[in-house]
Design a binder for this molecule. Sequence first.
Ligand SMILES: C[S@@+](CC[C@H](N)C(=O)[O-])C[C@H]1O[C@@H](n2cnc3c(N)ncnc32)[C@H](O)[C@@H]1O
Length: 434
Amino acid sequence: MTAVPPHSAVRQQYEMLPYPPVNPQDERHRLMHTWLEQLPMLNHYCFGGRQSFRDGFRALVAGGGTGSATIYLAEQLKHTDARVVHLDFSAASMDIAKARAQIRGLTNIDWVLDSILNIPQLALQPFDYINCSGVLHHLPDPDAGLGALLSVLKDDGALGLMLYGQIGRTGIYQMQELMRAVNRGETGIPGELDNAKQLLAMLPAGNWFKRCEDLWRADMASDADLYDIALHSQDRAYTVEQLYAWLADGHGLSLAFSAVHKGRSAYLPGLLLGRQHPPPPVLAKMTGQSQRAQYAMAELLSGNIMTHVFYATRSPQACAAYGDAALVPFFCNEPLNGPQVAAIFNQNGGEPFWLDHKHVGVTTVVHPGRHAAQVFQYLDGQRSFQQIFDLVRAEPASRAHGLSNQQLFDDFRSSYDILNAMERLLLRHPHAQS
Ligand SMILES: C[S@@+](CC[C@H](N)C(=O)[O-])C[C@H]1O[C@@H](n2cnc3c(N)ncnc32)[C@H](O)[C@@H]1O
């Protein structure tokens, strides 16, 4: 390890406090999911819905920590010839990840104890997918880390990134600054933690960390969590606009944002303000702007986006295309089946209705189109749009009789858009992973 001094404060932190804290024994009774690594999502957003995850698929988890993304990927891929490389410079973290893999009997993981910055010198074969979650913002030069990742990414490969969100973490940076001042002269992690705990127990009500406590209370359960949030020595965050400037303008990457459990809906002012009905004129001013501008406004509007979770691809066409009749629509992250969704979309005789999705936190009016309920009736995760549309047209007394595929796609678009924005409805090629 040449690029990172062996005693860098960041490495020391993760040797002493592996992150996230996980008990390997828990692998015996649950599989932890990581949002971006769900293969159906990866396929939809990064591989046009055409990825089989066979044929030598290769994934790198860079700064994999205690192994959550590694284990989830390896578990999903264990019946294929795919391999997962887990790389981290913390031996203590990697030991936990290895113990988790061993308990699960996973043999499709290769372990690399090294720095991300050394990747170009490691003679690794190129990767189809690289996860780097919560890591680049801890490097002194995040762009150097990104460059190292891009050096081993296939041209048609994808990155899955999590980077801190600046607006949502406002109070955290004030707390970190305060703790740096308090801990001046303090030499060890235990002393720093002790000072933080004392202060946190008596923060005045006006303190920004205290005011926004609901955003991070769940992330302060252990010393590792507390150190990561309030005491990190190398930590920066990004606004949406800064991410676009860095990654899209600077590196030509296309970004597909997907907040955990919420998808794109967290970045769409039209859905964040969906309760306003009829929509006030100011909303049209917002929703009429570019996707990039809308996302930036949504971040300022909601104020609570603490992490930006997204895929980044070199190709602007990596996402499965709505409008291709050969693709199969399927539900993801959604317990309801086609007929159940059809019943909801038909509840008002096909007229606009209020959708109140408690789990995602979206309440909005949906304009279902004339044939959406029929489409959902036949949507079983196996039939292509072509097959579904043929069945819709063939129904006795169908109002869709004689309509073209294009007309049916246009009619279904608003229903697709809202469910897709919440990662409930995705697309795949018939022969690809569902
Ligand atoms: C906040 S943890 C995130 C762990 C994991 N990606 C996750 O999301 O659960 C950051 C991890 O990145 C690792 N890390 C930080 N800088 C690194 C570097 N330059 N090279 C390799 N690993 C690094 C740390 O050791 C730590 O395990």
